[in-house]
Design a protein. Structure first.
Length: 320
C-alpha cells in the first residue's frame, strides 16, 4: 500500500476533524449538550490520532542503522496502536463518564438549534473524509470485502482512518438522535443516552483497532496469495528441486522478509549455486515486490524415508 494514499486520507481526516471539533465545542458551550461535548472530545482525539499516524509514517522512513538493521518500518504499527489506546481512553471513557453524569442530572438544552445545525454540518464533513478514505483504499482492496481489508491490510493508516470515520459518522447519528429527542420531549435523559452510545461505540472501535495493530506488532507473515506466488517463483526454474521450508515476516507495511531453505542438486559447484540463488531472488522480487529482504539457504535434500550414504551439506547464505 502506497504511503501517499494513506497520507492523503490522513490529512483529509485531520482537516475535517479539527474543524468539526471546534464547531462541536462551540455548540456545547452555548447549548449545554453532553452529546456535543462528547463528540467534540471525540473529534479532538481523532485529530490527535491523525497527527500520530503522520508522525509514525515519517519516523518509518528512517534508514536502517546498526541498532535497527531491518529499519524502522514498524514505527507505523506502533503509532497505530497508540492511536487505538488514545481513542479508547480519551474518547470512549470520557464520553461514558459524561453520559453517566448527564443521566444523573439531566438538564434541558439551551439554543437547541445550534447543536442540530452543527451536527448536520459535521455529518457532511465526516462524509467527505470517509469518501476520501474509501477512494484511497479501493485500489488496495481488490478482491476483498471491506471487513477483509480492515483485517488483512499491512499498512495501518487507511484501516485506522476508515474505522475512525465510520465511528465518527455513527456517533454523529447517535448525537443527532439524542439531541433531537431531547428537543422533542424536553427530557435531557435522551441527550445522556446519546452520549453513552457514543462512548460505547468508541470503545468497540478501539478494541478492534487494538487487536488488529497488536497482530501487526507481534509480526504477521505474507498472505496466502503472496506465499503461493513466492513458492511458484522459487520453483519456476531448474535451479531448485524443492522448498524444504520457508517463512515470511512483514518488517513494515511495504517490506517483506523471506527466509527459505531450498534443495539444490548436490553435484552443482559453489559458483553455480550462488548464481542460482541470485536468479531465484530476482524471480521472487518480480512476483512480490514487497519481498525486499531475502535469505536463502541452499541444501541437499535427503529423503528421510530412504537410506543414503553420508552426504556433505552445502550451507550458503545469500543476503541481498
Amino acid at each position: 500500500m502506497s504511503a501517499s494514499g494513506g497520507t492523503k486520507a490522513i490529512i483529509a481526516a485531520f482537516a475535517a476533524n479539527l474543524g468539526i471539533a471546534l464547531t462541536k465545542l462551540v455548540a456545547w458551550f452555548f447549548s449545554g449538550s453532553s452529546s456535543m461535548l462528547a463528540e467534540g472530545v471525540h473529534s479532538l482525539a481523532d485529530s490527535g490520532n491523525q497527527l500520530l499516524l503522520l508522525l509514525g509514517g515519517r519516523k518509518a522512513k528512517k534508514l536502517a542503522d546498526r541498532e535497527h538493521p531491518f529499519g524502522y518500518g514498524r514505527e507505523r504499527y506502533v503509532y497505530a496502536f497508540v492511536v487505538s489506546i488514545i481513542l479508547f481512553s480519551v474518547g470512549g471513557v470520557f464520553s461514558l463518564y459524561e453520559g453517566f453524569e448527564k443521566l444523573s442530572h439531566p438538564d434541558p438544552l439551551d439554543n437547541w438549534w445550534l447543536p442540530l445545525l452543527v451536527l448536520v454540518v459535521a455529518i457532511g464533513l465526516e462524509s467527505f473524509s470517509l469518501r476520501t478514505a474509501v477512494h484511497e483504499s479501493r485500489p488496495h482492496k481488490v478482491g476483498m470485502t471491506w471487513p477483509q481489508f480492515i483485517r488483512r491490510a499491512k499498512a495501518p493508516e487507511l484501516p485506522v482512518v476508515l474505522l475512525e470515520d465510520v465511528a465518527a459518522l455513527t456517533g454523529l447519528v447517535f448525537a443527532l438522535a439524542g439531541v433531537g429527542l431531547t428537543v422533542i420531549t424536553g427530557n435531557g435523559v435522551w441527550d445522556a443516552v446519546g452520549t453513552l452510545l457514543i462512548g460505547a461505540l468508541l470503545i468497540v472501535v478501539a478494541i478492534i483497532l487494538g487487536i488488529e495493530t497488536k497482530s501487526l506488532l507481534v509480526g504477521e507473515g505474507a498472505s496466502d496469495a503472496d506465499v503461493a506466488a513466492i513458492e511458484q517463483a522459487v520453483l519456476a526454474g531448474p535451479e531448485v528441486e524443492r522448498i524444504i521450508h520457508m517463512k515470511t515476516l512483514y518488517l513494515g507495511p511495504d517490506e517483506l522478509l523471506v527466509g527459505a531453505k531450498l534443495a539444490v542438486p548436490g553435484e552443482h559447484r559453489l559458483a553455480d549455486v550462488a548464481a542460482a540463488i541470485d536468479t531465484v531472488e530476482r524471480r521472487i522480487r518480480d512476483a512480490v515486490p514487497a519481498a525486499r529482504v531475502i535469505y536463502i539457504e541452499p541444501d541437499v535434500w535427503i529423503d528421510p524415508n530412504e537410506k543414503h550414504p553420508a552426504t556433505d551439506t552445502i550451507v550458503i547464505k545469500g543476503l541481498e
